[in-house]
Write a protein that binds this ligand. Sequence first.
Ligand SMILES: NC(=O)c1ccc[n+]([C@@H]2O[C@H](COP(=O)([O-])OP(=O)(O)OC[C@H]3O[C@@H](n4cnc5c(N)ncnc54)[C@H](OP(=O)(O)O)[C@@H]3O)[C@@H](O)[C@H]2O)c1
Length: 286
Amino acid sequence: MTRNYRSQLTGLFGDPVDDNPTGIMEEAGYAARGLDYRYVTMKVSREDLPDAIRALRALNFRGVNLTMPHKIDVLPLLDELSAAARIIGAANTVIVEDDGRLIGENTDGKGFVEALARAGIGLDGARVTILGAGGAARAIGVECALAGASSLTVINRTVARAHDLADLIDSQTPASADASAWTPGIGVPEGTDVLINATSIGFSPDSDARPDIDYSTIVPGMIVSDVVFSPARTRFLQAADERGATTITGLGMLACQGARNFTLWTGVDAPLDVLEAALAAELARE
Ligand SMILES: NC(=O)c1ccc[n+]([C@@H]2O[C@H](COP(=O)([O-])OP(=O)(O)OC[C@H]3O[C@@H](n4cnc5c(N)ncnc54)[C@H](OP(=O)(O)O)[C@@H]3O)[C@@H](O)[C@H]2O)c1
């Protein structure tokens, strides 16, 4: 019998990165599918990213995720980008092909769209309002537009970034977009079908914080979603619940993008329920 003591390697580059739970989720999935894969969480500084990316080939990695501050810096270090990564201008996933080529992909926005779809929510013709214009907002905005949203409004503290994202959506997707500066207590635009907090406001340990908007402009039936996943039931979502909105936590997005990455690296269908349960259990433990 041929013995194999070498696991297939995947992981995460970031800084800070120590409290990122993605590895728990992916390794639960590998175990459930009987795959000899490992997911290693690695602290990589901005200056060391080129060396770390070169090391992927030398160490025969199958791929990695990227988190702050690497999602944009990684682009020139890769051989090829998916259409989504190119339009969004950021990659959260690298796939190492058998011939050593490095492919950049962005699964954040697709994970978001998929999490809505799993809750029975489609985006065809939807009017979407996004709070924030950073990496998560860009990925979500572009993928919502590609998934059929008809119009998007981007509201951001730094208004120039809001305009950048709105211009990107206008020029690269079939949807139309506009931008607003985030003034304190700003109202949700009338007619919004889907409202998304794509900022880091409310993330633990600042879980008492919530976006400064006029919550009375959230109406029953509106879909309200948060990218923050720890805690899952953010104060933003609690307030939206009180207004009669349908709320979607950031856990589904994280699990859905994790499932996509799992399949990109292993070629095997991901056990999404296992990923989601592992993540929820880990976050409940904190
Ligand atoms: N659930 C998931 O699967 C998932 C996936 C990816 C990311 N995330 C989460 O998404 C969040 C954002 O990540 P990112 O990569 O987009 O970060 P980022 O690129 O640094 O962008 C942060 C955004 O939040 C805004 N912001 C931060 N603090 C604010 C405040 N006090 N008031 C108003 N706006 C504020 C920033 O506005 P300015 O432009 O004015 O600075 C910017 O638009 C993080 O919490 C991350 O963990 C979740």
